[in-house]
Design a protein around this ligand. Structure first.
Ligand SMILES: Cc1cc2nc3c(=O)[nH]c(=O)nc-3n(C[C@H](O)[C@H](O)[C@H](O)COP(=O)(O)OP(=O)(O)OC[C@H]3O[C@@H](n4cnc5c(N)ncnc54)[C@H](O)[C@@H]3O)c2cc1C
Length: 340
């Protein structure tokens, strides 16, 4: 079936920040063949492209002239039961949270810490999503991509994806060059809860020596997230706007002398991760508004659209925050979402 080229598409409902934007052309792909058809298409095949999932990690600063390829590949399947793991194969267009619920309903635990992260399964490896002490990389088996320049289909393993903190081969220089169509996840057996994060350690204490069940962990993660994070349906946002900076010891140790309260986690002898939210709050930004944008009053890492804001207004707020954090701490915060 020929892919349909939609023109002048309103992108406001397709990004969780609720930013106004129009795409001159958009195509929806539901299988690899659709992707091949787009690449070979006489009208759109040669246009610059942007791959779109659920639009929960992007900032649209204006209308988009690139071809938007919206990934809608379906499918959820348990493909292998090994002694040490279940392998689940998922279409890139499936909802991530839907996948977490699907696995738990089939007694295939392992993803519960990553509940309620918005967006699609195909985007999850792009920034190696993580929350509550778990990253996608720890549950990753392999994925399939179509290289958009050549049309070549490849399967990549964990090493090929070069996962890092909110990072992978799909970000940076190679961003947008490969379209992920399918992801396989590895859910280890026997299941062990991941309870290191303070809110989950509290759950373990409440269980008084009994191991909490996967659905108890899931429920707690959902409860904590609903309390802490703004619902994009109420205030548009893209989750954490900045990455937690990682700095070397030679930069960190003098800073600690000056700023004794700085929240930090040693990663190695030479690298420290700092809490970007703490840096932002220390600069007085928590809950502060700037025009139609603001810093969320319960979570300083989240920038919100108070209603009717443009992407440029969001980026102006982000720049003002970056400037104050740099002035006080000498650290340049790096935005997490893709900016178009
Ligand atoms: C309220 C809220 C809470 C959040 N909490 C978290 C959290 O706890 N942890 C976390 O890690 N993230 C979090 N996020 C960010 C976001 O949910 C994730 O990054 C998510 O994986 C983005 O999925 P998406 O489908 O919406 O991607 P999009 O926003 O559509 O795209 C994001 C990037 O991925 C690329 N991309 C998308 N699909 C594909 C594909 N199939 N192939 C290749 N490239 C693709 C896009 O080109 C873009 O560069 C949160 C966001 C919100 C709004």
């Amino acid at each position: 079936m020929a892919v349909l080229i939609e023109k002048g598409v309103d992108l406001e409902p397709l990004n969780t920040f609720g930013l106004p934007s129009r795409a001159s052309r958009l195509v929806r792909v539901a299988c690899e063949e659709d992707v091949h058809e787009v690449i070979a298409h006489p009208e759109v095949g040669r246009l610059p492209r942007f791959i779109l999932g659920g639009g929960s990690n992007i900032v649209l600063t204006g209308d988009v002239s690139s071809l938007i390829i919206k990934v809608e590949v379906p499918g959820l399947e348990l493909v292998e039961t090994r002694e040490d793991a279940w392998i689940v194969e998922v279409g890139a267009g499936e909802s991530w949270h839907g996948l977490v619920e699907w696995t738990l309903a089939r007694s295939l635990p392992g993803l519960e810490n990553l509940a309620l992260i918005p967006g699609t399964v195909g985007a999850a490896p792009v920034q190696n999503i993580g929350a509550y002490g778990l990253e996608l990389a720890e549950r990753f088996e392999s994925l399939d991509v179509v290289e958009l320049a050549t049309g070549r289909t490849r399967t990549l393993g964990r090493g090929d994806c070069r996962f890092g903190y909110r990072d992978s081969i799909f970000k940076g220089k190679q961003a947008g060059s490969s379209l992920i169509t399918r992801v396989r996840l590895r859910l280890p057996r026997p299941w062990q809860p991941v309870l290191g994060y303070p809110d989950l350690a509290r759950l373990a204490e409440e269980c008084c020596g009994r191991t909490p069940s996967p659905s108890e962990v899931f429920d707690r993660v959902c409860q904590v997230r609903r309390n802490k994070l703004p619902d994009p349906a109420v205030f548009g946002n893209a989750g954490s706007f900045f990455k937690n900076p990682v700095i070397p010891a030679r930069q960190f140790l003098p800073l600690l002398e000056r700023e004794a309260a700085i929240v930090h986690y040693p990663l190695s002898e030479d690298a420290y991760k700092l809490a970007a939210g703490w840096l932002i709050e220390a600069c007085g930004w928590k809950g502060r508004s700037m025009g139609r944008t603001a810093v969320h009053d319960r979570q300083s890492l989240v920038l919100i659209n108070r209603g009717g804001a443009s992407g440029n207004e969001v980026m102006a707020l982000a720049a003002a925050i970056q400037e104050s954090v740099f002035e006080r701490f000498g650290i340049r915060l790096e935005p997490e979402p893709a900016v178009l």
